[in-house]
Write a protein that binds this ligand. Structure first.
Ligand code: C2E
Ligand code: MG
Ligand code: MG
Length: 581
């Protein structure tokens, strides 16, 4: 009897130890029937989902999960009662007490064999926090932190899905690669905080231009990619793109700066340019570079011919530093003729590159690449020094009042050392500021007008003349023009080309001339190729002309011959100076 009593005591003690252990365990422990009816919940379980008394539905575990969860439990219960190992599995419970979902890692066991309605014990580890962190990590890994847009990884994924879907549904999608024009300048001059704000605003505008089902991703600095699903045809895509360019062209107000941004884009479509995902991205990228080469602020569709350009561009970009170090760049000079006196009053220095493998390269092939790499600063400095040196040499030769015009890229204009460099070079070469002219395109000035006003004023105070190049192609308004210390408007050659046949172009050209004169600015027309164009310009009182009709851009020695014929040195300078007053 004593033995039985002591055995009973031991069983009771170990039972108490066990229930004590279960009750205080850190994991949720439950016991239920195969139909889900809960028989026991330890303290942690009651804290998480409430006590058995407070739970409705006969306290069934199944009522705490959705249909999918219930199905999973039923299957796992069945297996475990048949002694099949179910290992760990994850399930989600909805806690009625705290109204939140709980992610649990569950392991199950049964204690009695061959009993009809077996009790099932479950130990559940709360992994809600872990899953949340994991989801956050996945989100971070798939989204760009700055703009919140999908990043390259997620884009790649969506692209793969789009490809598979388009294949199955025989539908078309378009991949649009966008790169903001001259964005580097904004970061470099206004600082990264402004650059970041601008990128966020651009991201918002881009999203606003496309449908919810499209993907707008940011894949690098100022590079965005849009995946447009279910597009009908090229016309459909083109109209979306036109709309996008218009939207982006609206000014951005950031920390008191009014900033203008343009973008260049390349498109490839499925199935027309069908290829693997990586290659399709490359095709859109290649088309984007093509758009940049065409003068930016436009979007181009990919075609096979563009591939050759891509490898050429690669060679050019990679040999530029070396070319600069080895002195492979040359300056050509194109005269500017004063219409009333028929005298050459200035030349424009236009850079060329005598490339050892590719031959003589035009600036349109390398200026943009030089801007992207930042090499434009060194190249521009070389151009300025060489142009001043040459002009001084001509001066020694008797071309006294001849002015030389140098093109300034946007990147140079916004570079903090510009004015200092100009001062140094003028001092070094002995060139009077009055004999130097800078040609700056309208779009470059308009990108950050406030900043441009400041720099142009400083440049102007050195006596240097300032021309707005390619005038008529940008967004200048009269009100903006008045703020700049500008001396000359240079009518873009696209308006000059058709003055004889296109009444709109003729109207624009004569309006620019009239506007220039009312603002006390000189007007020069570029790209004059025919006598008829010349007549039109003369009749409309255009001050100066430049173009193949007078002379092509020429190397210095040949340019000198043209100058000798038509440049009357001091006299021309005297007239110019009089007119400027
Ligand atoms: P731009 O300053 O507007 O120069 C005018 C361009 O038109 C030149 O092309 C010139 O050769 C060409 N041109 C001149 N007369 C005629 C004509 O009668 N008909 C036609 N169809 N074209 C004519 P180029 O030399 O290829 O230069 C292209 C652009 O490259 C220039 O446009 C300028 O923006 C840029 N560029 C040239 N040199 C430099 C430079 O040293 N620095 C910078 N930043 N840009 C430069
Ligand atoms: Mg120019
Ligand atoms: Mg021009």
């Amino acid at each position: 009897m004593e033995k039985i009593r002591s055995d009973h005591q031991k069983v009771k003690q170990s039972e108490e130890a066990l229930t004590g252990f279960i009750a205080t365990a850190h994991d949720l422990i439950f016991c239920c029937r195969q139909d889900g009816t809960l028989l026991y919940l330890n303290q942690v379980g009651q804290d998480m989902i409430g006590s058995l008394e407070t739970l409705s539905d006969g306290a069934s575990l199944f009522s705490l999960t959705d249909e999918e969860g219930k199905g999973l439990l039923v299957r796992q219960f069945e297996k475990v009662t048949q002694r099949i190992d179910v290992g760990h599995f994850e399930m989600r419970l909805v806690s009625p007490t705290v109204c939140r979902t709980l992610d649990l890692e569950v392991s199950l066991s049964t204690c009695c064999k061959e009993v009809p309605d077996q009790m099932i014990w479950g130990v559940c580890h709360d992994i809600t926090e872990r899953n949340l962190a994991q989801r956050e990590l996945i989100k971070l890994a798939h989204h760009d932190v700055l703009t919140g847009l999908p990043n390259r990884i997620l884009l790649h994924d969506r692209l793969q899905q789009a490809r598979a879907l388009a294949h199955r549904m025989h539908s078309r999608f378009a991949l649009l690669f966008l790169d903001m024009d001259r964005f580097k300048i904004i970061n470099d001059t206004l600082g990264h905080a402004v650059g970041d704000d601008l990128l966020r605003m651009i991201a918002q505008r881009l999203k606003g231009c496309f449908r919810e089902t499209d993907t707008v991703a940011r894949i690098g600095g100022d590079e965005f990619v849009v995946l447009m699903l279910n597009v009908a045809d090229r016309a459909d895509i083109s109209s979306l793109c036109d709309n996008l360019l218009i939207e982006l062209a609206q000014p951005f107000m950031i920390r008191n700066h009014e900033l203008f941004v343009t973008t260049s884009g390349g498109i490839c479509t499925y199935p027309d340019d069908e290829d693997d995902v990586e290659t399709m991205m490359q095709k859109a990228d290649i088309a984007m570079y093509h758009a940049k080469a065409l003068g930016r602020n436009n979007i181009q569709f990919y075609n096979n011919g563009m591939d050759q350009n891509a490898s050429r561009r690669f060679t050019i970009a990679n040999s530029m530093r070396r070319g600069l170090d080895r002195g492979e760049f040359r300056l050509y000079y194109q005269p500017k003729l004063d219409v009333s006196s028929d005298c050459i009053v200035a030349t424009e220095a236009l850079v060329r590159w005598q490339h050892p493998e590719l031959g003589l390269l035009a600036p349109t092939e390398f200026i943009q690449l030089a801007e992207e790499s930042g090499l434009i600063v060194d190249l521009g400095e070389w151009v300025l020094r060489e142009a001043c040196r040459q002009n001084m040499a001509w001066r020694q030769d008797g071309m006294q009042g001849l002015r030389v015009a140098v093109n300034l890229s946007g990147y140079q204009l916004q570079h903090s050392r510009l004015v200092e460099t100009v001062r140094t070079i003028l001092a070094e070469t002995g060139m009077p500021g009055e004999l130097l002219e800078f040609e700056i395109t309208e779009s470059v000035i308009m990108q950050n007008p406030d900043y441009a006003v400041e720099v142009l004023n400083e440049i102007s105070s050195l006596g240097i003349h300032i021309s707005i190049d390619d005038f008529g192609t940008g967004y200048s308004s009269l009100s903006h023009l008045k703020r700049f210390s500008v001396n000359t408007l240079k009518i873009d050659k696209s308006f000059v080309r058709d003055v004889e046949n296109n009444s709109t172009d003729a109207a624009i050209a004569s309006a620019i001339i009239a506007m220039g004169s009312s603002l006390n600015l000189k007007v020069i027309a570029e790209g004059v190729e025919t006598e008829q164009q010349m007549d039109f310009l003369r009749d409309n009182n255009c001050d100066q002309v430049q173009g193949f009709l007078i002379s092509r851009p020429l190397p210095a020695e040949q340019a000198l011959k043209v100058l000798r014929q038509k440049c009357i040195g001091e006299l021309a300078q005297g007239r110019e100076a009089l007119k400027d007053r």
